[in-house]
Design a protein around this ligand. Sequence first.
Ligand code: CA
Length: 227
Amino acid sequence: MKILVVEDEERVAHFIQKGLKEEGHAVDVSYDGEDGEFLGSVNDYDLIILDLMLPKKNGIVVCRELRAGGVSTPVLMLTARDSVEDKVRGLDAGADDYLPKPFAFEELLARVRALLRRQSDNKSPVLSMADLSLDPISRRVTRNDNPIRLTTKEYALLEYLLRNPNKVLSRTLIGEHVWDMNFDPESNVIDVYVSHLRSKIDKGHEISLLHTLRGQGYLLSDNSPPT
Ligand code: CA
C-alpha cells in the first residue's frame, strides 16, 4: 500500500521509511508541513503518518486542512510525548489514531495494519479469496494451504489486489498505490509483475484468480470476468 510519512527528523523519517518498505509498502517522505500537505492533497495515499511538530506548518493544521480539502485518507499522528492535550487536538483535527514518540516499530506496524484494514473492502486480518490467502502479520501467502514465495513487490501487489477484490484496477491506480512517486507510469513494470504474480498464484490451479481486462487493467476475482 502507499504511505506518506511527514516527519522533519530525518533519522526517524528514514527509519520509518525503511521499515515500511521492508513490509512491502511504497513510501514517500516529506520533511515539512507545507510539502507534506501538498503531497497529501495531490496523491492518493492509503495512509498518512504525520508528525505533530513540523517546520512551516504543524501536523494539526496540515491534518485539518487536508480534511477541509476533502482528503479522507487515514492519518496516524505522531505526538512528541504522551500528552492528552496533543492527542485530543490531533483527533479533533481529523486524525484517526495517534502514537506517542518514542515508539516501538512493532506498534507502529500494528497501527498501520489496523488503519489499512479499516479502510479496506476486506476487513478481516487475513486477506483471502477462494483458497488463496495472505496474512499481513506473518506475511505468509498460501494457495490451497501450499506456501507461495513472493518478492516484496509481488507481495505488495497481491496485498493491494486482495484489499480491492472484484474491482477492475487500472495500471494507473496500481502504480499509484503500489509504487512510490518515482514510478514511471509509461513503463511496463506493472505488467511484468502481474505476469510473475499470476504464474505464482494461478499456475496449476483450476480456477484462475488474476484476470486481465484488455485496455482496462486487472481484476482479482474467483468469478470469471465479463468478456
Ligand atoms: Ca517533529
